[in-house]
Design a binder for this molecule. Structure first.
Ligand SMILES: [Zn+2]
Length: 179
């Protein structure tokens, strides 16, 4: 008799507790937040700020017109772009100081190999791709290692080397890889 009475008391307490929760739940702050959006109108944003679309601006080959014309125009409009540079190309190396300013103005530099001349074999491809990544890690302030964007030059004369691939080369140039 005593044990069934205790069981009944527990049941009554449990029902009372659940009833209290149901009464309080709509007044909790989190419940208010979710009830503000009518059912059927909630959606997951595809892009930041619920924008309809995004686009990327990318420039390659480190031409002086990039920092002379494109960068000032981008800055005027509050826009950014990625510039795929070629550190051993004359048009880049002669104006390295200008490229430093490009970085300081919020633009991103990407890896477009050291020479843009293609590469033959493992050692050459590691110098071209890995060398450019290491150059950028030193040249652009930031975390090391970090992800560096890569664009393969539009040349047909290249060979990653026996057992090498673009993926393995990009993975070797950073402890974070392969990705
Ligand atoms: Zn190019």
């Amino acid at each position: 008799m005593n044990s069934s009475f205790s069981l009944l008391r527990i049941r009554v307490l449990l029902v009372s507790f659940l009833t209290l929760i149901c009464i309080l739940l709509p007044s909790l702050p989190c419940a208010h937040a979710t009830s503000a959006t009518p059912v059927g109108e909630t959606h997951v944003a595809k892009w930041k700020g619920n924008r309809k679309a995004v686009f990327l601006l990318m420039f390659d080959d480190s031409w002086p017109s990039h920092w002379q014309v494109a960068v000032p125009e981008l800055v005027k409009r509050g826009m950014v772009a990625t510039f795929y540079v070629v550190p051993r190309k004359g048009e880049y190396s002669k104006f390295e100081k200008e490229w430093k300013k490009v970085v300081e103005q919020g633009m991103t530099l990407g890896n477009h190999t050291m020479t843009h001349d293609g590469f033959q074999g493992a050692e050459d491809s590691e110098m071209e791709i890995g060398g450019c990544t290491h150059y950028l890690l030193d040249f652009v302030p930031g975390k090391n290692p970090r992800l560096i964007s890569f664009a393969l030059p539009g040349v047909t004369d290249y060979n990653f080397g026996e057992g090498n691939s673009l993926k393995s080369l990009l993975g070797q140039t950073s402890p974070r890889g392969p990705w």
